[in-house]
Design a protein around this ligand. Structure first.
Ligand code: BES
Ligand code: ZN
Length: 390
């Protein structure tokens, strides 16, 4: 009740519709421009175009930017499938599979590809088909190789495409397929299995934006700007990327700019590699942080805006309308290396949408991004205004 008559709140409420109007237009324009570059897979031209565009936006706001370059080996699927006659059915190479194209009859192995199951059929020189589950992909592949198969198809045991890794290299072309494709691979059907793969060195780069002279930030706002192959990455994670840019825009001429760093991480989808590289190589910067806010998948509202992390930060966020705050350290995004380095983190997200890592991830709602930014700024205020006990 007391809060309702606070003048500061009244100002905020009146200002919100005006701010949302212009912020949404800018966000929408940035989103369309960046989505037009294509999926921002680390090391791709689209990833670099997006980075250059984002750097220019930070600079136009009066920030300095620098890059942190890093590189790592990655296995890429250059386009793999199984064909039934002339019909391309689809599929994805399993990571660490061998490349190759071969034609032959399908042999349905009864089960998941154990040694005993392979012993019941003759797969020599043929394309073995097994179900996902029970034993590791690599074990299925080694069993297929030992039984003399020329190639292996693993059929997903849940709806949708199958992507995965063998872990260890196996000298056999191995393709993952959806149950729909799997059903078309009947025993004896003549198929062509094509697995086109490459192992290369990815050149990746984080963007670091800050106001000139700031070397001891208290807050770091971060988001990953890369996306997975085949997915435009609107929600995962252009939504978080544009949130960080928008926070920088709103902070530009305020004291917050002198107390914060803004990070766009690359290589997140390949294993949090950008945030790991940043934490590893920037110990002095990381050491002054009171908190790291990571924004990832905040443009589609599967759940209310969820804030998860350090219990004191969660406490600071409690009571903000429409926010679900809970203590905990979930994995899976760029806050993890910071948390592991002992920095209090807060992970902002709105849940896993149905287009996660899919070609359909092409929409983000600028209003949700604006709302996320409002919340992040409120929590930032609360964290920075908290007086140290000693
Ligand atoms: N954006 C996701 C993480 C995420 C999941 C955010 C659910 C919000 C809700 C991230 O890009 C991702 O895909 N992470 C991987 C792990 C990572 C180490 C490659 C994951 O969660 O499987
Ligand atoms: Zn992702």
């Amino acid at each position: 009740m007391r809060q309702l008559i606070r003048p500061a709140l009244a100002v905020t409420v009146l200002a919100v519709p005006l701010l949302l109007g212009s912020a949404s237009a800018t966000l929408d324009n940035d989103a369309q421009t960046i989505l037009n570059f294509g999926p921002r897979v680390a090391g791709s031209p689209a990833n670099e175009q997006a980075r250059a565009y984002l750097e220019a936006q930070f600079r136009a706001l009066g920030y300095e930017t620098r890059r942190q370059d890093f590189s790592y080996p990655r296995f890429d699927d250059l386009g793999s499938d199984v064909k039934l006659g002339e019909r391309v059915l689809g599929g994805n190479a399993l990571q660490n599979s061998t490349g190759g194209t071969l034609s032959g009859p399908v042999v349905r192995v009864p089960g998941v590809g154990t040694t005993e199951e392979f012993a019941r059929v003759d797969v020599r020189g043929k394309v073995a088909v097994v179900a996902r589950g029970e034993i590791p992909f690599a074990q299925k592949a080694r069993n297929a190789l030992a039984a003399g198969a020329a190639g292996l198809v693993i059929v997903n045991n849940a709806d949708g495409e199958l992507r995965g890794t063998l872990g260890d290299r196996v000298a056999l072309p191995v393709l993952g397929v959806s149950p729909t494709v799997g059903a078309a691979l009947i025993d004896g059907a003549a198929v062509t299995l094509s697995v086109r793969v490459r192992e290369g060195e990815v050149k990746a780069s984080n963007v670091i934006a800050y106001k000139s002279g700031v070397t001891a930030p208290e807050l770091l706002f971060g988001a990953h700007m890369d996306s997975v192959q085949g997915a435009p990455g609107a929600n995962d994670n252009l939504s978080g990327t544009l949130s960080v840019l928008e926070i920088a825009r709103r902070a530009a001429n305020t004291p917050l700019a002198a107390r914060a760093y803004f990070l766009l991480f690359d290589g997140e989808e390949d294993g949090l590699l950008g945030s790991r590289a940043f934490v590893k190589d920037n110990a002095p910067l990381v050491g002054t942080l009171k908190a790291m806010f990571n924004l990832d998948m905040v443009g589609v509202d599967v759940t209310p805006l969820s804030l998860t992390g350090d219990s004191k930060l969660v406490e600071a966020a409690r009571g903000i309308a429409g926010v679900q705050a809970s203590a905990g350290q979930p994995g899976g995004s760029d806050h993890v290396p910071f948390a592991q380095a002992g920095i209090p983190t807060l992970f902002f997200h709105r849940g896993l949408d149905k287009n996660y890592h899919q070609p359909g991830d092409k929409v983000l709602d600028p209003a949700l991004v604006s709302e996320t930014v409002e919340v992040a700024l409120k929590v930032a205020d609360s964290v920075l205004s908290a007086t140290p006990v000693r």
